[in-house]
Write a protein that binds this ligand. Structure first.
Ligand SMILES: [Zn+2]
Ligand SMILES: [Zn+2]
Length: 138
């Protein structure tokens, strides 16, 4: 990859890193409301805490990818797939600059319908599966 192009991705990733760190800071950790909270209230809070926890988990995972991509820029291995060591397609890097994998590996294990992860139990019996459990019958 050209020096100039790398610089561009580096800037993009640095911005993304800042944004993610901010999001993580602003997303509160799950609070244990204990057993004294009112029953109705407790249910509502449990749901939003759940959503927040998974959001935060996603932000953290993405931040790890961004950090690793920044290291790769320094090590001059940026843009290479961690799995097949081939070049990651530009169209992927454009929308997902911290991507660790090329198109081929990226879509493996993802449902073509909902883009969600295909359950391990499905991949075990049908590694070629294009759909998750929910969409398999369609
Ligand atoms: Zn690959
Ligand atoms: Zn699906």
């Amino acid at each position: 990859m050209q020096e100039e192009e790398l610089k561009k991705y580096q800037n993009k990733l640095t911005e993304l890193k800042k944004k993610l760190e901010k999001e993580i800071k602003e997303t509160p950790d799950i609070i244990d409301y204990g057993t004294e909270a009112g029953e109705d209230e407790e249910v509502d809070e449990a749901i939003s805490a759940d959503v927040q926890a998974s959001l935060k988990k996603n932000f953290k995972r993405r931040l790890e990818d961004v950090k690793s991509a920044l290291i790769k820029i320094k090590e001059k291995t940026y843009g290479l797939c961690e799995k097949c060591k081939g070049e990651i397609e530009k169209e992927i890097l454009k929308i997902d600059p911290e991507s660790r994998h090329c198109k081929k590996e990226k879509t493996y294990g993802l449902c073509e319908k909902c883009k969600g992860e295909i359950e391990k139990e499905i991949l075990k019996i049908d590694p070629e599966s294009r759909h998750c459990k929910k969409h398999k019958s369609i």
